[in-house]
Design a protein around this ligand. Structure first.
Ligand code: NAD
Ligand code: MG
Length: 374
């Protein structure tokens, strides 16, 4: 059979007996069956997707599985955050039980972070844990949500409040599927790529200054490199601190401000998570400048990298606004990372030199945000 030759990059997530590989490459969906077959006992695979992604890619996945002698049992949930719910989780579990799925079966998440988070939680609960594989189809899911084992659904009290740490057995990041991703979603994922550079990788920051436009344009080599560096960065951090008791908090760079912006906008699709994170990173760096921790020049370089891709770094230009300082500070106090009234912020001493400041001075932050709005 003539199958396109692919040479995926491999990133290992080192977590003892829960270690796994992330494969990254063009056209990986075509060889998914080959990669999944060793994980499967019975000749079948369960796949959860959403309406859009299922319509685009479930056929290709099924062909590949069939080529490896595996049957596909498919369920599609509705697109959107509404599917990360207790109700949908119950439907997925009922479906798996009705189909007779067992602990040795594999449940595949074919989709973005919403499908990935829902699938991972369902897999963790099904008969106390069935095998789970991520096939992330958004840039955000390829560089962030499919790696690291955080799974969740939302509650009426807030996002991601019901969840588990549950690692997949394999991640297959096929970069060619990103060609159908809407541009805003693509940029939202790019913001998380820039985040890894800003946390601890000044060389990657410089590489993005030179090549970021090629990543955003989905040029295969540049894209695969950026996804692989991002996954390696997340893997490195997660393997040091799987359950976020320390260094994993660095991954929240831009996220305390970002979540406050999303919350102030009621988590509506007019402001995507990655768009809020891009703005949040620009704010965290400018706030670091205000505290005398880094130079204005460095912070400007970071904003320029985000701006040049098309991400907004000025609060007054951000969709969904206005965002009054008081509203944002109140939202920061509600963040689920707050402990005993202390609001942690990720700040930076330079490009690629982020650190955890465990107790932000919120009246100073409020004053800073007020000035940002002028
Ligand atoms: P998403 O899953 O909603 O996908 C965005 C949209 O793009 C959807 O409408 C989807 O149908 C569509 N889509 C997906 N792939 C496509 C493709 N290849 N072509 C065309 N359309 C496609 O959004 P997302 O940004 O991937 O994920 C957001 C979710 O991820 C949030 O719920 C967030 O909480 C979660 N998240 C989790 C983690 C984690 O560590 N678990 C980290 C970050 C974010
Ligand atoms: Mg994020």
């Amino acid at each position: 059979m003539a199958e396109t030759m692919t040479f995926p990059k491999t990133v290992r997530v080192d977590l003892g007996d829960r270690s796994y590989d992330i494969l990254i490459g063009d056209n990986l969906l075509a060889s998914a069956g080959t990669h999944l077959a060793p994980l499967v006992k019975q000749k079948r695979v369960f796949v959860l997707t959403d309406g859009t992604v299922g319509g685009l890619y479930a056929g290709a996945l099924e062909d590949s599985l069939r080529g490896a002698g595996l049957a596909m049992h498919l369920k599609a949930v509705s697109d959107g955050e509404g599917s990360k719910s207790w109700g949908t989780l119950g439907e997925v579990l009922d479906w798996l039980l009705a189909e007779g799925a067992g602990r040795d079966d594999v449940l595949v998440a074919l989709g973005g972070g919403i499908v990935g988070d829902l699938t991972g939680l369902a897999a963790s609960l099904m008969k106390r844990g069935m095998k789970f594989v991520q096939v992330p189809t958004t840039l955000l899911a390829q560089v962030d949500s499919s790696v690291g084992g955080k799974t969740a659904v939302n509650a009426s009290q807030g996002k991601n409040l019901i969840g588990a740490f549950y690692q997949p057995q394999l991640v297959l990041a096929d970069t060619s599927v990103l060609s159908t991703l809407p541009e805003r979603e693509r940029l939202a994922g790019y913001a998380e790529i820039v985040k890894y550079a800003l946390i601890d990788d000044p060389d990657f920051f410089e590489w993005l200054e030179q090549n970021g436009a090629r990543v955003v344009a989905l040029e295969p080599d540049a894209l695969a490199h950026a996804v692989a560096v991002s996954c390696a960065s997340k893997a490195r951090i997660v393997s040091q601190d799987e359950r976020e008791s320390g260094v994993r908090a660095l991954l929240n760079l831009g996220h305390t401000f970002g979540h406050a912006l999303e919350a102030a906008n009621g988590f509506k699709p007019s402001l995507l998570h990655g768009e809020a994170v891009a703005m949040g990173m620009a704010l965290a760096l400018r706030y670091s400048v205000r505290l005398g921790l880094m130079t204005g020049q460095d912070s400007e370089r970071a904003s320029k990298l985000l701006d040049s891709a098309g991400l907004v770094t000025h609060l007054n230009c951000l969709p969904g606004g206005p965002y009054p300082a008081d509203t944002l500070v109140e939202a920061m106090k509600q963040d689920k990372k707050v402990r005993a009234g202390r609001v942690p912020l990720i700040l930076a001493r330079g490009l690629g030199r982020a650190f955890i400041q465990p107790d932000a001075d919120l009246s100073d932050v409020r004053d800073f945000l007020d000035k940002e709005l002028q």
